[in-house]
Design a protein around this ligand. Structure first.
Ligand SMILES: [Zn+2]
Length: 373
C-alpha cells in the first residue's frame, strides 16, 4: 500500500473509479494500465498508485510531446499565452530565467519577447526534446530538478506542468528553491485540480493538486507564496503559484474540501463516455482534431473510436494520427458523421461551425463535464 499523504500525512486513501482499462500518457500514447487514482480521505489530494510502466526512464527516451522543432503555430500560440501570463503575474524583468522541464525550449523563446535582455536557461529529461531546442542563445541541457549543475542560479525559476509528474514534489520544490537567488521568484504552474478535470486522465500525472495543496508543499519547502492565479480560460484549467525564499515552516492542517465526490463523479462520467457516445454516432466517422482530446477519445472511448476512419483539422491537413490519415476538411463529404475531438470547453463553438456544413456532428462535452449552474 501507498505511504502517507505528502500534504497532510493522512493514511486513508480512497480508490477512485478508473476511466477505462487502459490509459493515456501526456504525449498521447495509450498504455495498457488503468489510471488507478487514490484520493486522500483527509485533504482530498489525488495521487495515482505506483505504475509498473512509468518509471523515471519514461521521459528520458521516447517521450514525444516536445520532440519536434519549436515554432509550430499551435504550440507557439499556446506558449505565447503562457509567457504573457507569467510576465504579467510576476511583474518584473528578470536577469536570468531557468525553465525546469523546458521541453524543446519553446516557452523560453516566447518569454524572450517580453524580456529581450535576460539570459535563458532550461533543462529537460528528454534528450529528444532538448536536441530540438538547441540554437539561438538559449542554454539548454538534459537533466531534471534533481541534478541542476551547482553553479547555476536564477532570479526567475519556472516549472510549467512538471510538478504533477514528479514522484517526490517536496524534493522537486526544495531543489528549485536551492537555485533561486535571494531576491528571486519561483513560478509553479500545474493543472488546477480544485475542480475535477482533464488532468486526471493522464497516466503520467502522479498527483492532482488543488491550490491549497500546492501552497502547503511550497511552505514546507521553504517558499513563501506571494501570489496565485488561474490561467486565462483559453489555456484551460491551470493554476500558478509564485513564491520567494523563506525558512521552511510547518503549516496548519488542511480541511478536506468536498473534492472526493467531485473526483469520483468525473471519472465515472469518463467511464461511461464510450457507451453514451456510441449512441450519438452512426456509421463511419471523421474526427475533427488530431491532438490531445482525440487521444483521450482513442484511449477512453475505444469502441466509439473504432468507427473513426480519419481525422481532420483546420488549415493544411497532412500526416497521420496514430493509424489514421489526417485529411483536409474540404475533402470530406457533407453527409459524413463528424465527431469533435477537441477539448470539452472548445466543443460547442466548433460544433456550431461544423454544423453549417455537416448535418451530423457528435459532441461529448456534456457527457464529461458537470453542467455549469
Ligand atoms: Zn492528505
Amino acid at each position: 500500500m501507498i505511504e502517507s499523504c505528502i500534504v497532510c500525512a493522512g493514511t486513508t486513501w480512497m480508490p477512485l473509479p478508473d476511466a477505462g482499462p487502459r490509459s493515456m500518457t501526456s504525449d498521447w500514447r495509450v498504455i495498457d494500465e488503468p489510471l488507478a487514482w487514490l484520493a486522500c480521505g483527509a485533504c482530498g489530494l489525488a495521487r495515482r498508485r505506483p505504475s509498473k510502466l512509468l518509471d523515471e526512464a519514461f521521459y528520458r527516451a521516447g517521450y514525444t510531446l516536445y520532440a519536434h522543432a519549436p515554432g509550430g503555430t499551435v504550440e507557439r500560440a499556446r506558449q505565447d499565452e503562457y509567457a504573457r501570463w507569467i510576465a504579467q503575474a510576476t511583474g518584473r524583468r528578470p536577469r536570468r530565467v531557468l525553465d525546469v522541464g523546458c521541453g524543446n525550449g519553446s516557452l523560453l523563446r516566447a518569454l524572450r519577447v517580453s524580456w529581450p535582455d535576460a539570459e535563458f536557461l532550461g533543462c529537460d529529461p528528454s534528450r529528444e526534446s532538448i536536441a530540438q531546442g538547441y540554437g539561438g542563445d538559449l542554454k539548454l541541457w538534459t537533466g531534471t530538478a534533481s541534478n541542476i549543475p551547482s553553479d547555476i542560479t536564477a532570479d526567475l525559476v519556472i516549472a510549467v506542468n512538471v510538478i504533477e509528474h514528479t514522484t517526490d514534489p517536496m524534493a522537486f520544490l526544495t531543489a528549485l528553491r536551492a537555485v533561486l537567488e535571494p531576491d528571486g521568484l519561483l513560478v509553479i504552474i500545474c493543472p488546477d485540480g480544485g475542480r475535477a478535470g482533464l488532468d486526471l486522465l493522464f497516466a503520467d500525472h502522479i498527483f492532482s493538486f488543488g491550490r491549497e495543496h500546492v501552497g502547503i508543499l511550497m511552505s514546507r519547502a521553504g517558499v513563501l507564496r506571494v501570489g496565485a492565479s488561474q490561467a486565462p480560460r483559453s489555456l484551460g484549467a491551470f493554476q500558478m503559484s509564485i513564491g520567494r525564499r523563506r525558512d521552511a515552516t510547518q503549516t496548519k492542517t488542511v480541511h478536506a474540501p468536498p473534492r472526493i465526490d467531485d473526483l469520483k463523479r468525473y471519472l465515472e462520467r469518463w467511464q461511461q463516455l464510450d457507451a453514451r457516445l456510441q449512441t450519438r454516432i452512426e456509421g463511419p466517422a471523421v474526427c475533427f482534431g488530431a491532438g490531445e482530446a482525440a487521444g483521450l477519445l482513442r484511449a477512453y472511448a475505444s469502441r466509439t473510436w473504432s468507427s473513426v476512419r480519419a481525422c481532420t483539422i483546420d488549415g493544411t491537413a497532412q500526416g497521420r494520427f496514430g493509424d489514421l490519415p489526417v485529411v483536409p476538411l474540404d475533402a470530406i463529404a457533407s453527409n459524413t458523421q463528424m465527431i469533435v475531438g477537441v477539448r470539452p470547453l472548445d466543443q460547442p463553438r466548433l460544433a456550431e461551425r461544423l454544423a453549417a456544413r455537416f448535418p451530423r456532428v457528435a459532441t461529448w462535452y456534456d457527457l464529461v463535464d458537470e453542467p455549469h449552474v
